[in-house]
Design a protein around this ligand. Structure first.
Ligand SMILES: [Zn+2]
Length: 495
């Protein structure tokens, strides 16, 4: 057995903290992780450094705020120190199996430092670029277009037309909804685990770093049948699942009508989480068989959450930093440390240094976060604070204009949360004890010491962002992006 500890890092797309049963969700989505929680450190309030995926992962992998190199830079800069590069330099064998998310590809720097990197983007199962792709578009005839235009001049007629047209589209596309596996647009967790297990078999006996990114809870929600059956939803057919997804994606329905189908959508989402849990059980068995498990740090977290009308929205809007989108599960298992629950807010910016610290590996000076491992080991508690930032309406970071929107910034403490939207010049303070669902901002003049404290944190963060900007990394990243954009435009490939 190697003296160096191995690391298994699992990230799950769109996994909100309050939908895993090891953090108290009333539906048993994660029974295997519950069993692991009994010997792990569980963080009840882990907060991402940015959202969605492309603003979250620089924090997870490089312990860096997403906008720190300038808002036009997406992903990691070439040669930017990451968990992977540190362990690569320490002689680790490493592999990443990333389930078809284009924002986590080598194009954005995520392949650096890995011996093997599989992103599944060369298959036809890549993630759709936006929710609008989920509904099969039916070509409208000229007559139909005229009818639609006429109906939309009158409210009730528009409502009727939309409903009939939706039902018509569903029936017309029913023939293609032959199975959930055919409807799914990305590799499910079992595919990722199969490949990971194969890789592990060829590399056991060496210090290892394995990163797996699952995307099963991502929309459109098409979980495998065994997961549906195990969660008590075996009666859901492929046609039904497609209908539920398409209805959920409609732009013509208000919140009241969408709410009628919300439970069905959540049942599909939860089943995707459960499938990930089952497959992680398979992975851990493999790690045990190969004698890797006992000398391994194992961590599971997510890049962001998912909204089910909590604040009127669906999916994971880049323009919101509400808790259902920024609070994620975090479980760290590292043999010798006592199982415990940490309730203090923990920024995922601190994850990379904490994991490297737990492995006795060096922590790069460029990491902005701090390790909390000594406090965890000594079971000490601290006052945690997390900063989250993203860009309003940036739903497609391949488009430069999307990346240049206004910043949204949130400072999250245990009780208070201050949210700035620089695009519309708003500043809202929430008292999460009195208002856990963030529905009623605290009036100005109330809780002034908390507001003052968080304002100072925000001011300091913005000052530090400018002063600590690594211009070399910024320019290297911009040059890479420009080269790729040029190559793609001359090759006629859309970017
Ligand atoms: Zn994501």
């Amino acid at each position: 057995m190697s003296a160096l500890k191995s690391l298994v890092l699992i990230t799950v797309d769109c996994l909100r903290a309050d939908h895993v049963s090891f953090l108290g969700y009333n539906r048993r989505t994660t029974p295997f992780l519950e069993s692991l929680a009994a010997e792990s450190v569980i963080f009840s309030t882990a907060i991402v450094a940015g959202a969605p995926t492309y603003y979250s992962f620089p924090g997870i992998m490089a312990s860096r705020y997403p906008l720190a190199l300038g808002r036009d830079v997406i992903g990691l800069a070439p040669h930017e120190p990451t968990i992977a590069s540190v362990l690569n330099q320490s002689g680790y064998s490493s592999a990443a199996f990333v389930a078809g998310n284009p924002y986590l590809s080598p194009r954005f720097g995520y392949g650096a430092g890995f011996g093997d990197f599989q992103d599944f983007l060369n298959t036809d199962s890549a993630l759709p670029s936006s929710g609008s792709n989920q509904v099969t578009k039916i070509r409208r005839t000229r007559w139909n277009q005229a009818l639609a235009a006429a109906c939309h001049k009158f409210g009730p007629a528009a409502f009727l037309y939309n409903e009939l047209y939706f039902q018509y589209c569903q029936r017309l596309t029913s023939r293609t909804a032959s199975s959930l596996d055919k409807l799914r647009r990305f590799p499910s967790a079992d595919v990722i685990i199969d490949q990971a297990c194969q890789w592990l078999s060829g590399h056991a006996g060496q210090p290892l770093f394995l990163w797996l990114h699952f995307i099963d809870p991502h929309c459109p929600y098409y979980p495998p049948l065994p997961a549906l059956a195990s969660m008590g939803n075996s009666d859901v057919s492929a046609f039904r699942a497609r209908y539920v997804n398409s209805n959920w994606n409609r732009g013509d329905l208000g919140v009241t009508r969408l709410k009628r189908r919300r439970d069905q959508v959540i049942a599909l989402y939860d089943s995707g989480i459960h499938w990930v849990d089952v497959q992680i059980g398979r992975l851990v068995n493999k790690l045990r068989d190969l004698c890797v498990w006992d000398n391994c740090v194992f961590a599971l977290t997510a890049d962001h959450g998912e909204e089910f009308l909590d604040h009127g929205g669906r999916y994971h809007s880049p323009s919101k930093v509400t808790d259902e989108l920024i609070r994620v599960p975090l479980l760290i298992r590292a043999g010798e440390v006592k199982a415990q629950l940490v309730n203090t807010p923990f920024s995922l910016l601190d994850l990379a240094p904490t994991l490297l610290d737990a492995m006795d590996a060096p922590i790069p000076g460029s990491f902005r976060g701090n390790s909390c491992w000594s406090q965890v080991r000594d079971e000490k508690r601290w006052d945690g604070q997390a900063i989250v930032e993203c860009i309003t309406s940036c739903s497609n970071p391949f488009r430069l204009n999307d990346r240049l929107g206004a910043r949204i910034l949130a400072i999250r403490e245990k009780r208070y949360k201050l949210v700035f939207n620089f695009g519309i010049s708003t500043e809202q303070l929430f008292d999460l004890e009195a208002d856990p669902h963030e529905l009623h901002p605290v009036a100005h003049g109330v809780a002034s010491p908390a507001r003052r404290r968080l304002l100072e944190v925000a001011r300091q963060h913005l000052t530090d962002s400018l002063n600590s900007r690594d211009l070399n990394q910024r320019l290297t990243a911009r040059l890479r992006d420009l080269r790729l954009e040029w190559a793609e435009s001359t090759a006629g490939v859309p970017i």
